[in-house]
Design a protein around this ligand. Structure first.
Ligand SMILES: [Zn+2]
Length: 178
């Protein structure tokens, strides 16, 4: 799942976007506050985010406002705008297990990073291969061999297919804070 953390509500109008106007996503507001309608929150959450191709293998976007899950979107389609990606989908409703497990709960992917986007695996996703192929797995996270495929896909998508570049990037990551 992708967690998207919304900041404070801000009016952007149609022209206030950092990204070029694009019919896939026209919105008036970014961020979150309790006065926003469901449609406002949905549009704010969609945004044009800096996401790699990896994002397109995720099936759910979990929208966090003020530290609490406000909305879960089952992602149906993607669009790109410059170097950014946007999604559209349908809102999960009460009675659906993932909705009921997440709505109102704390940020499921708490990080100290300023990046509003984080990835996490929810227990209700167990049983389905993580690579996005949707094949069932009796135990673990991957259909046999699909973990290798996912790793190579990431290197291809984000590192121009160069394992060396991937390793160099990994070595330079700051150590996680305690
Ligand atoms: Zn798979």
């Amino acid at each position: 799942m992708i967690r998207i953390r919304l900041g404070k509500r801000k009016y952007v109008g149609n022209g206030g976007e950092k990204t070029p106007l694009h019919p896939f996503l026209v919105r008036q507001l970014t961020g979150w506050d309790p006065t926003m309608t469901e449609q406002d929150v949905y549009d704010a959450a969609r945004g044009w985010w800096k996401l790699s191709e990896r994002a397109e293998r995720e099936q759910y976007a979990v929208i966090v406002g003020d530290g609490v899950v406000r909305m879960v979107v089952q992602i149906g389609e993607w669009a790109t705008n410059g170097d950014r990606r946007g999604f559209a989908g349908i809102l999960l409703q009460p009675g659906q297990p993932i909705h009921d497990a997440l709505i109102g709960s704390d940020d499921p992917a708490p990080t100290t990073s300023r990046n509003p986007v984080a990835y996490f695996r929810h227990e209700l996703e167990a049983g389905i291969c993580r690579c996005g192929c949707n094949e069932p797995v009796p135990s673990g996270d991957w259909v046999q061999g699909h973990d290798q495929r996912a790793l190579h896909q990431l290197v291809n998508d984000d590192f121009g297919g160069s394992v060396s570049r991937f390793l160099d990037w990994y070595e330079e990551l700051p150590a996680a804070e305690d």
